[in-house]
Each structure stands twice: as C-alpha cells, then as structure tokens.
Design a protein around this ligand. Structure first.
Ligand SMILES: NC(=O)C1=CN([C@@H]2O[C@H](COP(=O)(O)OP(=O)(O)OC[C@H]3O[C@@H](n4cnc5c(N)ncnc54)[C@H](OP(=O)(O)O)[C@@H]3O)[C@@H](O)[C@H]2O)C=CC1
Ligand SMILES: O=C([O-])CC(=O)C(=O)O
Length: 440
C-alpha cells in the first residue's frame, strides 16, 4: 500500500487546494500514486474559499471532460467557482470552513444525510462546509447525480463539493469522516464473509485516513458490521487517536426512546439517559435500568418488567429487520437523522444530567468491559468533538449478563478479523444466533 506523506493540516486547507485542483473541472478518479508530496502556495485565507486556482467564474463546468480521467477527485460544477467570503457582509462572521468526507455517498443513507449537512442543521448556520464524496467505479455516475442535486439546492453554506473514488484523495484534510459505504449482506452470505469483505474496505480506509486526514479527524462508522469495522479502521490508523472513532448506535438509542415513550404514553422528548450497550446487532442491550422518563427511573414509570425485559429489548434489537420487511430496504432516513444526532452530540454540550450512546474504543473504560473492542457505551461531551464515558450508571444481573453476551460477540468478531487488524491469523468462531439488526 502506498502511503501519502503527511502534511500537517495547521495551514489552511483552503490554501492547499490551490495547486491540488489546478486541473479543475474533471471529476473521475481512480487510484493514483500516494507518494507525491503536494506543495501548496499559501494564499490569503480570506481570498478564496473554493477549489480552483485560476478563477473561472463565468465558465460553465465541462462535466465528464478531463485530461486524465484516472487522475483525482475534483471540485464539482458550480463549486469550482471562487468567492471572497470576507467581502460578503453576511458571510464575514462565518467560521473557518470544515471538511467532511462521506463514503457510500451515492447510497440511500447518504442521500438523506448530505442535504442535512449542507443545510447547516448539523454544524450550525455560521459553519461553511466542504463535502468530499467517496464513490466507486460502480457508483460514479450516481455520485455525479448527487453532486448535481447539491448544486441545484443552492445551499449558502455549501462552499465546495468534490467527488472521487480514491480514499487517499477524498479523505484529504477531512475533519469528519462519515463512513457509510459497505457491502450489504446478500442471500446465503455468511456473516464471517461479510466481516471479511467489509473489513477490507475499512482497513483500506483506515490507512487512507491515517495518511491524509486531519490528525484530529472524527470518524463515524455506519457501514455494517459497524463496531468491528470501526475497530479495523482505527487499528489501521495508528496516528489518529483511537478515541476519535465511533460506531453508529444512535439509531438504536432513538428506537429505544421511541418504544419507551410509546409504552409510557408520553412524548419521546420526555425520555432521557438511554444507553445502548454493546454491538450494533441483535445482541445490543437497550438499558432500561438507567433510563429515565420525565426524570424518573423507567422502572418507576413502566412497572411491567416482563415487557421491559422481553418485548422492549427484542423490539429494539430487531427494529431494523421489521422495517426491512415493511419498507423493502434498510432504514435510511432515520439512520441519517441519527448520524446528525451523533455529530450534534459531539459538537454541542450534552444537556445537564443526560448522556448519549455511541460505539467507542473500550480501553480505559470504567465498567469492566473487555478492552480493545468498539462497544456502545454512555458518553457526555462538552461540545468540543470529544467525549467522556459516564461513570454514574448502575448494573444488575439482567443488564450485566446481556452486556457480556454482546461483549462475547464482539470478541468473536475481533478474532475473525485478526488478519485486518495486524493481530495475526483470523479464527472465526462467531456465535450462530447473532445477527445485524436488519437480519431476521
Ligand atoms: N449503524 C447503523 O445504525 C446502520 C447501518 N446501516 C448500514 O449502512 C450501510 C449503508 O447503507 P445504505 O446507504 O442504505 O446502503 P446502499 O446500498 O444504499 O449504499 C451502500 C453503498 O455502499 C457502497 N459499497 C461499498 N462496497 C460495496 C460492495 N462491495 N458492494 C456493494 N456496495 C458497496 C456502495 O457505494 P459505492 O459503490 O460508491 O462504494 C453503496 O452505494 C450498510 O452497511 C447498512 O447495513 C444501515 C442502517 C443503520
Ligand atoms: O442491518 C442493517 O443493514 C440495517 C441496520 O443496521 C439497522 O436497521 O439498524
């Protein structure tokens, strides 16, 4: 694997784009050499926000024409124009642009998510954003369609869109990497097979992030099996703090809140302190012991313990599968909403007394969960992109036994991908009764 030489991202990423995109208006890419060092001539940070070095304001983008179609990801269409943000009164107070890379960008979830990112509802109304979209040879046409829809949406905060199929290009300077693309499990495919195929994708993407992303990039892995994919990704990115990698379990938390609200007959904003423990699979543990409704322990509001232990737990674990039966495809809109929730939970302070769930690296956890896996646990954030694990949670036998079952599953998944985490020869002894939420 070729590895790019890392150039610290302290200088403005805007300045870097100047030479990077000098052959503008082409957009198709495949693998290129990652060994070249890009040199960037500093520009005034206030002078250009977009990606072309030569200003082509009046020139229509020539989509599909490129000197070298196998070259690199490029700015797309209207996003190749240059702007002077400081000259526009309404934008002069905006923050420095952030770069968000999204894989699986032509897929269903991304089709909801990208428009939320571009609208400002995720990072705020004064946060300009650059979107870098990763597709594949399979999806490059579709990705172009997505970029066209982004153009036509006229989002003021969306200042740059790039599309490409090389993660070493698309993850360049990423401050957020939302890793959605993964092969869905097909009929007759073993779970071990899925772990291997998708694991390869996340090993490659981990290496790419390690080489070219911001050193403090926050990574949210959505593609399944997301916990183990996140573990593979972080193991392949040793120069990025392991703490920065998340596996998305926020959809499960939202599903659990909805079911508790329904049973208690309250609106779902009255449900708080819900933890999903463990794997994003049918071994996940929606925690009703620590959860609250109107500030009271759930068990004081819902006295039906049999419902909580049996129906509620299974409902949340299998919600994804029931939805697939009805809708014919896996949750996409609600998953996108939960990705927004997951990001917002990291960039805004957690409400006093509450917490949120996210799958994170277990090293140093205060609960006694096995180290060196990615496990969903309760977290709080000051809103700086970082988080701390919540200490004031209680366990009973029911909760702890289920947590252990999910832990066993993740340890088995980890053994199954040892060849992708640099830990030797893979041994696959996955428990037969565990599945993704979408499997029935
Ligand atoms: N964690 C969670 O809560 C949830 C996770 N998910 C997971 O998110 C992922 C994406 O879901 P969704 O957007 O609906 O799926 P889609 O099928 O709509 O898109 C998935 C994308 O994955 C990419 N992909 C990467 N490798 C392959 C491959 N080998 N074969 C086929 N496609 C591949 C494809 O893009 P390209 O060709 O550009 O690479 C495709 O566009 C899935 O893994 C799903 O299980 C879904 C719901 C909830
Ligand atoms: O299993 C799937 O692909 C879908 C999924 O993760 C969910 O709905 O939670």
């Amino acid at each position: 694997m070729a590895v790019a030489e890392f150039i610290p991202s302290s200088s403005s990423s805007l300045t870097k784009k100047a030479s990077f995109y000098s052959s503008q208006l082409s957009y198709v890419s495949t693998k290129i050499s990652h060994q070249r060092r890009l040199s960037f001539k500093p520009l005034s940070r206030t002078s250009q926000i977009c990606c072309s070095v030569t200003s082509k304001e009046a020139q229509a983008p020539t989509v599909g024409q490129t000197d070298d179609p196998k070259k690199k990801s490029e700015c797309y269409g209207v996003f190749c124009l240059t702007y002077d943000l400081k000259a526009e009164e309404e934008t002069s107070s905006w923050k420095k642009m952030i770069t968000v890379s999204v894989s699986g960008a032509a897929g269903m979830i991304a089709n909801h998510l990208l428009f939320k990112l571009a609208s400002g509802e995720v990072f705020g109304p004064d946060q300009p954003i650059a979107l870098r979209l990763l597709g594949s040879e399979r999806s490059i046409q579709a990705l172009e369609g997505v970029a066209m829809e982004l153009e036509d949406s006229l989002y003021p905060l969306l200042r740059e869109v790039n599309i490409g199929i090389d993660p070493y290009e698309v993850f360049q300077d990423a401050e957020w990497a939302l890793l959605i693309g993964a092969k869905p499990r097909g009929p007759g495919m073993e779970r071990a097979g899925l772990l291997d195929i998708n694991g390869q994708i996340f090993a490659e993407q981990g290496k790419a992030l390690n080489a070219v992303a911001s050193r403090n990039v926050k990574v949210i892995v959505v593609g399944n099996p997301c916990n183990t994919n996140a573990l593979i990704c972080l193991k392949n990115a040793p120069n990025i703090p392991a703490k920065n990698f998340h596996a998305l379990t926020r959809l499960d938390e939202n599903r659990a809140k909805c079911q508790l609200a329904l049973k208690a007959g309250v609106f779902y904003d009255k449900v708080s302190n819900v933890t999903i423990w463990g794997n994003h699979s049918t071994t996940q543990v929606p925690d009703f012991l620590n959860a609250k409704i109107n500030g009271l322990p759930v068990k004081e509001v819902i006295k039906d313990t049999k419902w909580l232990e049996e129906e509620f737990t299974v409902k949340v674990q299998k919600r994804g599968g029931v939805l697939i039966q009805k809708w014919g495809r896996s949750s996409a809109a609600s998953t996108a909403v939960s990705i927004v929730d997951a990001i917002r939970s990291l960039v805004t302070p957690t409400p006093e007394g509450d917490w949120f769930s996210t799958g994170v690296y277990t090293n140093g956890n205060p609960y006694g969960i096995a180290e060196d896996i990615v496990f969903s646990m309760p977290c709080r954030s000051k809103g700086d992109g970082d988080y701390e694990l919540v200490k004031e949670v209680i366990f009973d036998d029911y909760l702890w036994n289920r947590i252990k079952k999910s832990e066993d599953e993740l340890l088995a998944e980890k053994r199954c991908v040892a060849h992708l985490t640099g830990e030797g020869i893979a041994v696959c002894d996955l428990p037969g009764d565990t599945m993704l939420p979408g499997e029935m």
